[in-house]
Design a protein around this ligand. Structure first.
Ligand code: MEV
Length: 324
């Protein structure tokens, strides 16, 4: 039996734009997904039910890639501290932890680049071939991660990821960003709209918009510039500037159609007690986040609107084997 855990993620800058090669910045958050694998007879199971390709595409893709079709069967037990399917990378954390657990059981090395690669391919399979490595790399590496179409000077380069997408071949350079000491004095307050909007549909919606209205590509390019400015401000500990750029990122995400009135309302409320706020992840519902020095006040203001809230420091440790 083996248990592995991996953190969820919050994207500070560049969601959606990163699918088109623009940079994106995310931090691992203090909420984890745990995957336990235990040998069993008969077919693979998850939490007592048969593993099903429609409901568990990530685990099936990893199992086929790592163990082959006719491997020993396992019972999979999943526990999650994340809001499910809400833009906090629960499927990436499941993939990353599931991959580490499978590697460990096969006696293979627990190699971050391999985990990030296989989890990314599993995510792409589940998202009609369109997935950037931002979620899976942040969940695997932990800390703060910058993904870009080129090697960036502001961060430590870790590896390259390639993927054939319906819009053509994409290459991403994945980096780790060192956060300054002062990052321990600010928090992210994440608010959940409770509205479920599948990532694959939101990503496909942006692809359709860009095809029918090419001028929107300017918004995608500006999101990339905002992400570069954002990582610079973050690594200098300039939180007012980070907040202002988050506000701009939210406006650009609205412009490509991935916000909604609930997200706009929560972002507006959170801005009163924070440096800045924006939707995070695929949008259409899901979560928003605010960068704040007053986490209790910002969280209370969002809770007054009836939404569930999670408070996290910036950065958490990446995928880990917990017991064996
Ligand atoms: C989802 O967390 C982030 C998106 O940019 C999709 C992706 O990067 O694959 C919307």
């Amino acid at each position: 039996m083996v248990t592995a855990t991996a953190p969820g993620k919050a994207i500070l800058f560049g969601e959606h734009a990163v699918v088109y090669g623009e940079p994106a910045v995310a931090v691992a958050i203090n909420a984890r997904v745990s995957v336990t694998l235990e040998q069993c007879d008969g077919d693979w199971q998850i939490d007592g039910y048969p593993l099903d390709s429609g409901r568990h595409p990530h685990l099936i893709s990893l199992k086929n890639a790592l163990l082959g079709g006719n491997s020993q069967s396992y019972s999979v037990f999943v526990e999650s501290e994340l809001f499910p399917a809400a833009g906090l990378g629960s499927s990436a954390a499941l993939s990353s932890a599931g991959c580490a657990a499978m590697l460990s059981l096969s006696g293979m090395p627990i190699d971050s680049e391999q985990i990030a690669t296989l989890s990314h391919l599993a995510e792409a399979d589940a998202q009609s071939g369109r997935a950037s490595p931002i979620d899976t790399s942040t969940s695997t590496l932990g800390g703060c991660v910058l993904v870009s179409n080129k090697k960036e000077e502001l961060a430590e380069w870790r590896y390259t990821r390639n993927l054939k997408t319906p819009e053509g071949e994409r290459t991403w350079e994945v980096h780790s960003v060192s956060l300054p000491k002062s990052a321990s004095e600010v928090w992210l307050v994440v608010g959940n709209t409770g509205i479920h909007a599948p990532t694959s549909e939101m990503v496909a919606g942006v692809a359709e918009l860009l095809a029918s209205n090419p001028s929107k590509k300017e918004d995608i390019a500006r999101m990339g510039e905002v992400a570069r400015l954002g990582v610079d401000a973050l690594s200098k500990g300039n939180y007012p500037q980070v907040g202002a750029l988050m506000n701009e990122a939210h406006r650009l995400l609205s412009s490509v159609g991935v916000s909604c009135s609930e997200l706009d309302d929560m972002v507006e409320v959170a801005r009163r007690t924070s440096f800045g706020a924006k939707l995070t992840g695929a949008g259409g519902g899901g979560c928003m986040l605010a960068l704040t020095q007053n986490p209790a006040e910002t969280a209370a203001a969002l809770e007054m609107r009836g939404c569930r809230v999670l408070v996290t420091p910036l950065g958490a440790s990446g995928v880990a084997i917990e017991n064996q």
